[in-house]
Design a protein around this ligand. Structure first.
Ligand code: NDP
Length: 306
């Protein structure tokens, strides 16, 4: 019953320390250090090298260290019998809500624009009451972000796969609800998981259904966005701007047109970051549950892909 940590390109020490603090006796390996694959039952990972799980015949759980699991599910060779789990964490949720609120306030109050210009040029701003926020995805993060925006005086709508009732939020669902949801949205926030249904969902056809001058915030995954469609819609004025935290290639390449585009605001995938000390407990709780043959927490539905 050993644990394998797989974090290519990252310093695993902080994770090793956090896990050891929770479970000092757990047998822990950091990929690719030497280990016997037969011994590994529990893998904790972020962006593992594709195909490696093939040789772990006793692997029971693949645990994502983030809310998203697209980096695991996109590997066609993940063992069929392994369960996939993800992180659900209060701080992660709060961080996303406050970040999204910050981006919305920045947009309506022109904060970054004034900071960037460095000249005395007061611009007219809009207020919460004048904006209609639309949140795509009403899961753990989307729901909390929508409620927080509503509490801050915005008119908020949300769109999900199944029907929802959330106080203070107008809800829409499914393909049938999408057009009406978009029609009523001046600032669109993407908080969908990346799945085969949602990949490239932020495209020209969708942007054209928004009111002219709408603003896009993508804090979900880079693959949700068709980048050249965004550029076209920004340049022809259908969209007034975009705040992007996630990209198809991260770090965003130096030569990428987003860097220099005056209507694109970029942040380096920092909307909400997992704190190892904060989540080691839930990772080890599931490890113990696996040992004791109890049901695990935060299991991902592989059919739904999230
Ligand atoms: P959840 O799984 O809790 O929620 C997903 C939501 O999306 C659900 O409401 C679901 O609907 C909805 N949804 C899924 N597929 C569709 C579809 N085809 N059509 C309409 N709605 C759909 O996810 P989280 O809220 O925890 O996380 C969302 C994403 O945020 C993560 O997958 C990750 O990619 C991203 N993220 C980004 C971070 C960053 O720093 N930028 C940090 C953390 C996460 P239903 O409720 O009906 O199932």
């Amino acid at each position: 019953m050993s644990v394998l940590l797989i974090f290519p390109g990252r310093d695993p020490k902080i994770w090793v320390d956090a896990i050891k603090e929770q479970q000092p006796n757990v047998k822990l390996y950091v990929y690719p250090e030497e280990h016997n694959p037969e011994e590994i039952t529990y893998a904790v990972t972020w962006k593992h090298p594709k195909g490696i799980f093939n040789k772990y015949s006793n692997l029971k759980v693949i645990a994502s260290i983030g809310a998203g699991v697209d980096h695991i599910i996109s590997d066609p060779e993940i063992p069929k019998k392994a369960l996939i789990t993800r992180i659900i964490d209060e701080q992660l949720t709060l961080d996303m809500s406050t970040f999204v609120l910050g981006l919305v306030l920045d947009k309506i109050r022109n904060i970054s624009i004034h900071h960037g210009e460095k000249i005395w040029n007061p611009k007219a701003y809009s207020t919460a009451k004048e904006e209609k926020i639309g949140v795509m995805g009403l899961g753990v993060l989307g729901k909390a972000a929508a409620i927080n925006l509503s509490k801050n005086g915005f008119e908020v709508s949300g769109w999900s796969k199944s029907q929802k009732q959330i106080e203070g939020v107008n809800t829409y669902h499914g393909q049938n609800g999408l057009n009406d949801f978009l029609k009523n949205t001046s600032i669109l926030i993407c908080l969908l998981p990346l799945t085969s249904e949602t990949e490239c969902i932020l495209n020209k056809e969708l942007f054209e259904k928004l009111p002219k001058g709408a603003y896009i915030i993508n804090v979900a995954r880079g693959e949700h966005l068709v980048e050249y469609d965004l550029l076209e819609m920004l340049d022809n004025g259908q969209l007034s701007g975009a705040s992007l935290d996630v990209f198809r290639t991260e770090p965003l390449p130096e030569e990428h047109p987003f860097w220099k585009h005056p209507k694109v605001h970029i942040s380096p995938h920092i909307a909400s970051t997992t704190n190892p000390k904060q989540v080691a407990h839930q990772l080890m709780e599931n490890y113990l549950r696996l040992k004791e043959r109890k049901p695990l927490r935060n299991i991902v539905n592989l059919k739904k892909e999230y």
